[in-house]
Design a protein around this ligand. Structure first.
Ligand code: GRF
Length: 222
């Protein structure tokens, strides 16, 4: 009997173009996973509409009414647990998650971040790359740990910064690569090829990666 498909939950706060890319990859037969739940902290997130359009169950959990971050995060993870998800993808989820609350998910939770980590954790990554005069920019997918944007990096997409690029152009151009990078990483997880050996060793097929995988022509290479 073949293995059951990976059950994936996604958290997103915004428009959800990365979620859309994941759904499109699944629909194209390039990503053998089942999306079991989409969650958001924002009732008007575009991601929720995308989930509805794709008949994926979804929920909004507003932080209003929670006394503190931990209480909110525990309720968030209670709902994610109840979905039976194997893996959780943060696709533009714009909240810091409490380190204790996320512990049970370490090794099963990934995030996409628009910079070449460890450069530019946090916000305004495109602006910061431009201000620094970088000639190269990119996106990273990493395992989520208690450290914000600090978990072990699995894979990256690199792009050149062109003369005259502004923040918006750079963000837009990078987004197209994010939409290939995230499904490619999730595909490896669906094939059970990727593991985190705590605290920070990423393994592909049981072998430690010495550097993040790189996106080339839609595929990840060593
Ligand atoms: C992406 O740039 C992602 O890297 C970052 O947040 C943005 C989300 O965009 N974490 P979208 O909501 O997926 O369109």
């Amino acid at each position: 009997m073949s293995n059951p498909r990976l059950r994936v939950a996604v958290l997103a706060s915004g428009r959800g173009s990365n979620l859309q890319a994941l759904i499109a990859a699944r629909d194209a037969g390039a990503l053998p996973v089942d999306f079991v739940l989409v969650g958001s902290d924002k009732a008007h997130a575009g991601a929720l509409q995308l989930a509805a359009d794709a008949a994926i169950p979804s929920f909004t959990l507003s932080p209003k009414g929670f006394a503190n971050r931990l209480d909110y995060d525990l309720e968030l993870f209670r709902q994610l647990d109840a979905s039976g998800a194997d893996v959780l993808v943060l696709a533009g989820f714009m909240r810091i998650i409490d380190g204790e609350a996320l512990k049970p998910w370490v090794g099963r939770m990934i995030n996409i971040h628009p910079s070449l980590l460890p450069k530019y954790r946090g916000l305004h990554t495109h602006r910061r790359a431009l201000e620094a005069g970088d000639t190269e920019h990119g996106a990273s997918v990493h395992f989520v740990t208690a450290e914000l944007d600090g978990g072990p990096v699995i894979a990256q997409a690199r792009i050149d910064i062109r003369p005259g690029d502004d923040e918006h152009q750079l963000a837009q151009r990078l987004l197209g690569y994010e939409h290939q990078l995230l499904p490619a990483v999730l595909r490896l997880m669906a094939a059970h090829r990727l593991t985190l050996a705590p605290p920070d060793r990423v393994e592909l097929d049981g072998r430690a990666l010495s550097a993040p995988l790189q996106l080339r022509n839609d595929d990840l290479v060593d």
